[in-house]
Every structure is written in structure tokens, then in C-alpha cells.
Design a binder for this molecule. Structure first.
Ligand SMILES: *[C@@H]1O[C@H](CO)[C@@H](O)[C@H](O)[C@H]1NC(C)=O
Ligand SMILES: *[C@@H]1O[C@H](CO)[C@@H](O)[C@H](O)[C@H]1NC(C)=O
Length: 456
């Protein structure tokens, strides 16, 4: 069994909710930044410093943690966590690396995850291994890009709709959210998180944890991250109540040994057979049921129904303003194609000015089911989104600590201080026995590296 390595560090900066992020960005900008920030707070301090030898200087910030020798220049994973989305258009070859499509996966009717293979061997699982290897073995700018991809793909791996190919991961399923027409995929990418962030009124004051607080960047989602860290992981929590995942989270970054269950010879099924400190298949397999149980749960249209619903909706509102709210260019293109297929209403179609101008995007739009009540209550009550973000953060930190810690310590010539520093951090982190587990995790991962290294 492999244990993970997560480290923590502490301190309070009083930055509250200024910088409003664009609410429209997909794991949207918020999701990716939250995963990256949770990971950042679990990085060893030497790794935080060392990131500045890999990432560009605009990711740097001044950190009061650790107290010894402060202030430090650290570099932040969150700054470029969404970069692979932004740069996708310049790198069309990378688009299919953001998700994975299991063959015959038809949620919620049929849920398969690799039992019958995957449609493409280049996907978020193999991409993650690919770029983790480049992070470990690469040089110069290659490592910069690799680290951005690793940060991003760990996030994507934990967005359930990136684990299914049905209707392009829910991109082609239209429903309504808070009364407006929306793609199921973007509801999971960003809208549910944004609602949760908007509805959170507590956690505006710093947690008593310098390793954690020193990584917040004055974003609107800072209180939301505090909520997850305090009530979910038990970091710097002020009450004696047990945290949601207190007993399980230190094993979240473990990998099974031997690495592969018997799911067949599809190469993606064997992606965990690597000497690198990660196991995207073992990590994501237990998450795939979320696709059936939550993401495509009622009232989301059943497989095959989504097109009919959309047609009906468009027929009814085809003369509404050409680009309806929440719509996008591609949907518009599809609509045009469909219009073209229809017989022309008159031999000489009139220019657009003569189109009837009614109705203008009426609301509510009765044909598309509203995702509300039961659907959202289950997601909220079961802490699905919070747990996915936390899982991603913990695992991302585990990967990066494992790949970079040795090198970072060497760079700082502080290897001999390791024990002493661990002791100091543990003292600063009063009542946090999990720090111990985190440190012992480093050993576990190194062990995996050696064991598998010997086999391969
Ligand atoms: C692996 O990385 C290389 C270099 O960036 C890229 O060209 C290739 O598409 C990647 N393959 C996968 C599966 O990620
Ligand atoms: C903070 O707010 C959340 C969401 O409203 C709630 O579930 C949680 O119990 C609150 N925590 C504290 C410590 O007040």
C-alpha cells in the first residue's frame, strides 16, 4: 500500500472577498482554482519555493509560512490551473486529454468504466501520467507546461462528467438551472459550485492554520475552501466535531499494490502500471458511479431523449433572439444547420429584419426540465462537490510533493533539517496528528517508486 504525502503549513492573512471572478467560467475557473489551492496548502514549504524554478514569475507571492526565515517567495498552482482550457484553442491536439470516454457507458441506464475498454487511449488518465512523467524527467519550459497540465487534469479527473462520453460529457444535454437554459456539463463545471459559494455566509475569518491561510489569494471562493478544509479535513478547525472525512482523507492518495485490477487489456485500464506516484484509474473508478447516481439522475433527460427535447424547445422558440441566454456559438451553428434542412418558407426568404420578433426568450421554458429541489438537495446533502474538490486537492499535492520534494530539499540544502522541520510544523499545527500521517506518507510513496521501479 502506498501512502500519500501531504504537508501542511500555516498562517493568517486577512484577505476577504474582493476580486470577483467571472461567474461564467467553467471546473470552471473556480473549481480548478479551489483544487489547486487545496493542493498548494498541502505542499511542503520547500516545494512551494521550488515551484518558482518551474512556473513563471507572475505566479509568485510572498508567504509568511514557515515562520522561520519569512517572508518567502512561493509560487502558486492556482494561477495557471485553468491555463489548459484557455490554451485549448491554440493546442487543438490537447482537447481530448481533458476527459475519458468509457465504451458503452450510457448513464444512468448502463454504467461502465473500462469493462469494455475506452474509445481513445489518449485521455485524461493517460494524459495525467504523460505529464507527470514530463514533470519528473523533463527540462525547462517542458516542466512548466507539464505542471500546468497535471494541475488541470487532476481537477478534470474529479469532475464526474469528464468521466463519461454520453452526450459529450453532458455538453449536449440541455436543461434549466435557476430558471435558465444551460448545458448539464457547465452546471457541473461551475454553476453548482458558484451557487454554493454564493450561499456560504461563514468562514470569512482566517482559520488558525498558517500553512493553509498563507495560500489564500483573496478570491471570492476563499471562505468556501476554508469550509472544506475545516469541516471536511479538520484543518485548524475550531470545534471538536469530527470532520466529514477525517478518518479517510489521509488515504485518498494511496494506490493499490499491485496497481491493476483485472479489467481487461485495454491500455487505459493499465495506466496505473507506472513507477510514477499516481494511479488515476484506481482513483477515478470509484468516482464514476457519481455519473449515474447524481449527474444524470432524474430529471435529466434519458439517453436519446435529449435531442428530441432540444428540437421541441427550438421549434417553439426558434424565432427568439438568435443567440439565447446561456447558448453558445456551437448551438447556434447547429440551429442554423437545422433551419437549412427545413424547406424554405418562401421562394425568396426575407432578410432577418422581417422575422417576427416574438417571443423573446420567454421564461420559464417548459420543455426543458429544471434541475432543482431533489436533484440539487442530494448533491448538497451528500457533499458531492466539496468531496470531489477535496479529493482532487489532496491527490494533486501528493503527486507534486512526491515528484518534487527530494529535488526541492536538495536545492535548498535542507535535507538534514527535514526531521527538525517536521517537528516544528507539528508543534505549530496544534492538535493535528494528521501531519504525522502526511510525513509518513512520503515514505510510502518513495517505497512505491522503488518497488515498481524494480519491476518495470
Ligand atoms: C504527451 O505529451 C506530449 C508532449 O506534450 C503530447 O504531444 C502528447 O499528445 C501527450 N499524450 C498524452 C496521452 O497525453
Ligand atoms: C457554515 O455554513 C455552512 C453552509 O451554510 C453550514 O453547513 C455550516 O454548518 C456552517 N459552519 C459553521 C461552523 O457555522
Amino acid at each position: 500500500m502506498v501512502r500519500s504525502l501531504i504537508l501542511l503549513l500555516p498562517l493568517p492573512l486577512l484577505i476577504l472577498l474582493l476580486a470577483a471572478p467571472s461567474p461564467t467560467l467553467a471546473w470552471g475557473q473556480a473549481g480548478h482554482a479551489i483544487v489547486a489551492t487545496i493542493a498548494q496548502s498541502l505542499l511542503h514549504p520547500a516545494v512551494r519555493t521550488h515551484l518558482c524554478t518551474i512556473l513563471p514569475s507572475f505566479t509568485s507571492y510572498t508567504s509568511p509560512y514557515p515562520r522561520k526565515g519569512a517572508p518567502h517567495t512561493h509560487c502558486h498552482l492556482a494561477t495557471l490551473a485553468s491555463w489548459p482550457d484557455t490554451a485549448k484553442w491554440r493546442m487543438p491536439w490537447s482537447g481530448h486529454l481533458h476527459y475519458v470516454n468509457p465504451v458503452h457507458d450510457e448513464p444512468p441506464k448502463t454504467c461502465t468504466y473500462g469493462e469494455q475498454g475506452f474509445t481513445d487511449q489518449e485521455n485524461v488518465l493517460t494524459g495525467l501520467v504523460n505529464y507527470t512523467r514530463q514533470l519528473r524527467d523533463g527540462t525547462g519550459a517542458e516542466r512548466d507546461v507539464a505542471l500546468r497540465f497535471v494541475t488541470h487534469f487532476v481537477g478534470d479527473l474529479h469532475q464526474p462528467l469528464h468521466l463519461t462520453g454520453r452526450a459529450r460529457g453532458g455538453n449536449d444535454v440541455w436543461v434549466r438551472y435557476e430558471g435558465r437554459k444551460a448545458r448539464l456539463h457547465s452546471i457541473w463545471d461551475g454553476q453548482i459550485i458558484n451557487t454554493q459559494i454564493r450561499n456560504l455566509y461563514n468562514y470569512t475569518t482566517p482559520l488558525p492554520s498558517l500553512p493553509f491561510e498563507s495560500t489564500l489569494q483573496g478570491q471570492v471562493w476563499d471562505p468556501y475552501i476554508r469550509w472544506i478544509m475545516a469541516e471536511g479535513l479538520g484543518v485548524g478547525k475550531t470545534s471538536s466535531a469530527q470532520a466529514w472525512w477525517e478518518t479517510e482523507w489521509s488515504s485518498w492518495a494511496e494506490c493499490p499494490d499491485p496497481p491493476t485490477a483485472d479489467y481487461g487489456d485495454d491500455p487505459t485500464n493499465r495506466v496505473d502500471e507506472t513507477d510514477l506516484p499516481l494511479c488515476p484509474m484506481a482513483w477515478s473508478r470509484p468516482l464514476h458511479p457519481l455519473v449515474c447516481q447524481y449527474a444524470f439522475a432524474s430529471p435529466v433527460p434519458a439517453p436519446g431523449e435529449e435531442e428530441a427535447l432540444l428540437e421541441k424547445w427550438e421549434e417553439r422558440y426558434q424565432d427568439a433572439s438568435p443567440v439565447a441566454a446561456g447558448d453558445d456559438v456551437e448551438a447556434e451553428r447547429r440551429r442554423r444547420r437545422r433551419r437549412r434542412r427545413r424547406p424554405s418558407p418562401s421562394p425568396n426568404p426575407q432578410p432577418t429584419t422581417s422575422r417576427p420578433s416574438t417571443p423573446t426568450h420567454p421564461s420559464p421554458q417548459p420543455d426543458l426540465p429544471e434541475l432543482a429541489d431533489d436533484y440539487l438537495k442530494r448533491i448538497n446533502d451528500d457533499l458531492i462537490i466539496q468531496r470531489q474538490l477535496a479529493l482532487g486537492g489532496v491527490r494533486l499535492a501528493a503527486i507534486i510533493n512526491s515528484v518534487l520534494l527530494e529535488e526541492a530539499l536538495r536545492a535548498e540544502k535542507v535535507a538534514e533539517q527535514l526531521q527538525e522541520e517536521a517537528a516544528t510544523s507539528a508543534q505549530m499545527q496544534m492538535g493535528a496528528p494528521w501531519l504525522e500521517r502526511v510525513w509518513s506518507g512520503v515514505t510510502g510513496l518513495v517505497r512505491k517508486k522503488m518497488v515498481l521501479g524494480g519491476i518495470l
